[in-house]
Design a protein around this ligand. Structure first.
Ligand SMILES: Cc1ncc(COP(=O)(O)O)c(C=O)c1O
Ligand SMILES: N[C@@H](CCCC[NH3+])C(=O)O
Length: 448
């Protein structure tokens, strides 16, 4: 038996602010999860609209309070639907995309493309042409080869294309290996030692407009030292390049961590913004330069805590293991809607959502329906000992990098994304159907 007193509680640091129990049933955004599951089915990805909008506004305000007119891009790889893209823009943010598909979505959503930053270490010729022709505000150049490609494409199109140059600053962010993006031995950006020569190449002709440098050290970062080190190195590089021409902006990426379980204790974003500003001002003073306009690109911090995934429990197995009892709770989703444990060993928590229970917590593992023993959504959580088939189980903090990383493994259709606000629900993305999946298969009469 573990963690008995909290097996039923909704920890405020992990759940959306609106989360509460109504007659024992969890409600999000004023809507009860039993009613939502009856209406929309399970698994169900819920998005608390007020939470997502509130977090977009809060992180923007936090950085605006300590810096002069910073640009805040929402990193849409975390979660992207037409409505989500419009919400963040309505809250005063730009949007960063990192593929032709994400760009197509924000275009279809009718966004002002001057607010869009376009990333990617292998943008295709077609995608670059599309972005230039569509008027994407900034393209983040990731390699020397891409610089040549984009210069040619922009010249042919007669467009003075805004760019940032992504720099690999060589900072080892303190996070999972696959979430760190700026140590020397990885694929993103141009090595810091090559930056001066490439910037000189941009400045040698008038085709591209160099808005500034960019770096992103990684994701789900709690320790501010990595950000401070990156700011130091980027400011030094920025200062050294000012002699050759203007460099109005500096983009320092995203990566701000959120709480997934009680073990996570992120600093309030206002404190992070203040530390950022302090590092920046100190670095600029040392370099003897004016503070450039800063851009940031948070994704997870905005979308993560706004999402809650609701599953139905199908099977429960109680096992006596050498180190005690473990209950395997099988749900009707799994690594196809949330592969983060499989990919990064990510930890989550879960609660019975359809009723409350004062039965003491037992060591439980929430597993999916897929044909993989690693198909774990929640590795370890204390669920009430009476957890049973038919219960609804809710997993919080699934707004970021779950729907966007979802797959159809084992021919499993992907869940819908449903927004909740003021007690009402609205489908943002409908549930995928088996027919959707079969329709692609030419051998079954699908469209080849
Ligand atoms: C270039 C870039 N910007 C921003 C982000 C967003 O990161 P996060 O969701 O951790 O804020 C990422 C993802 O790690 C990224 O690769
Ligand atoms: N997909 C990762 C973070 C994104 C990394 C992108 N640079 C996660 O789920 O944590």
């Amino acid at each position: 038996m573990i963690d008995a007193p909290s097996a039923d509680a909704l920890q405020p640091a992990i759940w959306p602010a609106s989360a509460t129990r109504v007659d024992g049933t969890v409600a999000i955004g004023g809507a009860r999860l039993d009613a939502l599951a009856a209406e929309h089915g399970t698994p169900l990805m819920l998005l608390d609209e007020a939470e997502l909008r509130g977090r977009a506004a809060r992180i923007r305000a936090a950085f605006h309070a300590v810096l002069d007119d910073p640009i805040v891009y929402y990193a849409s790889k975390a979660l992207l639907t037409g409505d989500v893209a419009r919400w963040v823009v309505q809250e005063g943010l730009g949007v960063d995309v990192c593929s032709g598909g994400e760009l197509a979505l924000v275009r279809a959503a009718g966004l002002d493309l001057s607010l869009v930053g376009y990333h990617g270490n292998n943008k295709s010729e077609h995608d670059l042409r599309t972005a230039v022709a569509a008027g994407v505000g900034t393209i983040v150049v990731d390699s020397a080869l891409e610089l040549d490609r984009l210069t040619r494409i922009a010249a042919e199109a007669g467009v003075r294309q805004g760019i940032r140059m992504r720099i690999n600053v060589g900072v080892h962010a303190s996070t999972h290996e696959f979430l760190a993006t700026s140590h020397e031995d990885q694929k993103f950006g141009v090595p810091i030692v090559d930056a001066a020569a490439l910037v000189a190449r941009v400045r040698a002709d008038d085709v591209l407009e160099l808005r500034g440098l960019h770096t992103h050290i990684g994701s789900q970062i709690f320790d501010g030292d990595g950000f401070a080190a990156a700011i130091d190195r980027m400011v030094a590089l920025h200062a050294s390049l000012l002699a050759g021409g203007p460099l109005p902006e500096l983009n320092v990426g995203g990566g701000f961590g959120i709480a997934y379980t009680e073990a996570d204790d992120p600093q309030p974003i206002e404190g992070i913004a203040a530390a950022f500003a302090a590092s920046l001002h100190a670095a600029c003073e040392r370099a003897g330069i004016a503070v450039p306009r800063i851009a940031i690109e948070p994704g997870r911090w905005i979308a993560g805590p706004a999402g809650v995934t609701v599953y139905r429990v199908g099977t429960v197995k109680r096992m006596e293991l050498a180190d005690g009892e473990r209950v395997y709770v099988s749900i009707d989703g799994g690594m196809s809607d949330n592969p983060r444990h499989v990919l990064y060993g990510a930890r989550y928590t879960a609660r019975i959502a359809s009723r409350s229970s004062d039965v003491p917590g037992v060591r439980s593992r929430v597993v999916g329906l897929h044909c993989e023993s690693g198909d774990i959504v929640v590795d370890e959580v204390a669920l009430p000992g009476d957890v049973a088939p038919g219960d609804l189980l809710a997993v919080p903090a699934t707004g970021a990098y779950c729907a966007s990383l979802a797959s159809t493994y084992n021919m499993t259709p992907r869940p819908p994304i449903v927004a909740v606000l003021d007690g009402a629900s609205r489908v943002l993305v409908r549930r995928e159907t088996i027919d959707d999946l079969l329709a692609r298969d030419a051998g079954l009469g699908g469209t080849p």
